[in-house]
Design a protein around this ligand. Structure first.
Ligand code: NAI
Ligand code: 15L
Length: 265
């Protein structure tokens, strides 16, 4: 691929993917509302607000693929979520429509289904059960992407990321964790697949304790290789036995189910 756009490149996952994805495209165009530091070799840096339609149109020009990580990534005031995750996503899809429909990987979230209990196993056909306004914004994103697919053929991988970080840090993440290496592998498969469509993909490693079934997406050839189980003894030793009544251990979305609706101002 010639030019891959990564939005949210100054964030936690953006920083982790910036170096890992250097070999996936000739040029990485990195964007964020926050400072992106110095451009490395084969990097283009663009600081802009996803809520600014003109800026997003220019951002997408000349890109062959988009990894969309930018936006509000936890529960927050609705006005912030509205700008970054709803308006921002609309701006991105309109920009993609005007620029030849580059394939998109949309960083959706497990908080689209956060109110399922941890003793339930679900798949991509299970109804959404968002656990807050943040989760609702990701449901909006998935539906927006679906509409652009049906109407215009825009392909998107709707990746419901569990917990993508260096290593799992609590018992919930023994189910929800995805390693950075497995995420990189998923990004590669997304852009290499001859046909993508618009599938929901559960963004998790090959965890023994997984709640989510990815068998419908096997055509992508993604084979996650890490397994959170490897960290169970370390987590047991650090945290002791999990409290079976705590939201963190009852709901798939963990503590997000207890977040309030944050007041504006
Ligand atoms: P993060 O909060 O560290 O990074 C998000 C980036 O988006 C930040 O650098 C922020 O400055 C940028 N951003 C926010 N509003 C913006 C706007 N209006 N215009 C332009 N840029 C804006 O989040 P993280 O952990 O890197 O996650 C990346 C994406 O993956 C997010 O969309 C998040 O919802 C999603 N995700 C991440 C998970 C994880 O485990 N890290 C789990 C589930 C979903
Ligand atoms: C998310 O959607 C968040 O962006 C991330 O910060 C984590 O909290 C993750 O979900 C999670 O549920 O562990």
């Amino acid at each position: 691929m010639k030019r891959l756009l990564i939005t949210g490149a100054a964030g936690a996952l953006g920083r982790a993917m910036r170096t890992r994805l250097a070999d996936v495209a000739d040029i990485l165009r990195l964007s964020d509302i926050s400072n992106l530091g110095e451009a490395g070799p084969n990097e283009e840096l663009v600081q802009c607000d996803l809520g600014d339609a003109d800026a997003v149109h220019k951002l997408v020009e000349g890109c062959d693929g988009i990894v969309h990580l930018g936006g509000v990534s936890v529960e927050d005031k609705f006005s912030k979520i509205l700008n970054a995750n709803l308006l921002g996503l609309y701006n991105l899809y309109e920009a993609a429509r005007a620029n030849g429909h580059p394939r998109i990987l949309f960083a959706s979230s497990n908080h689209t289904v956060g109110f399922y209990r941890q003793d339930e196993k679900i798949d991509a056909t299970s109804p959404t059960r968002p656990d807050g306004l943040y989760g609702v914004s990701k449901c909006f994103g998935e539906q927006l992407a679906r509409m652009y697919f049906e109407k215009f053929g825009q392909e998107t991988a709707l990746v419901r990321i569990g917990s993508c970080m260096e290593k799992p840090s609590n018992h919930r993440m023994l189910s929800s964790w995805m390693s950075h290496a497995d995420f990189k592998r998923l990004i590669e498969c997304t852009f290499r697949a001859p046909m993508l469509g618009c599938p929901v993909i559960w963004g998790i490693s090959n965890n023994d304790a997984a709640w989510w079934d990815n068998s419908h997406a096997s055509y992508l050839g993604w084979k996650p290789q890490d397994n959170a189980e490897h960290y169970r003894a370390e987590i047991d030793a650090a945290l002791g036995k999990p409290d079976p009544k705590a939201a963190l251990h009852v709901y798939q979305g963990g503590n997000f189910v207890n977040d309030p609706i944050f007041k504006e101002s």
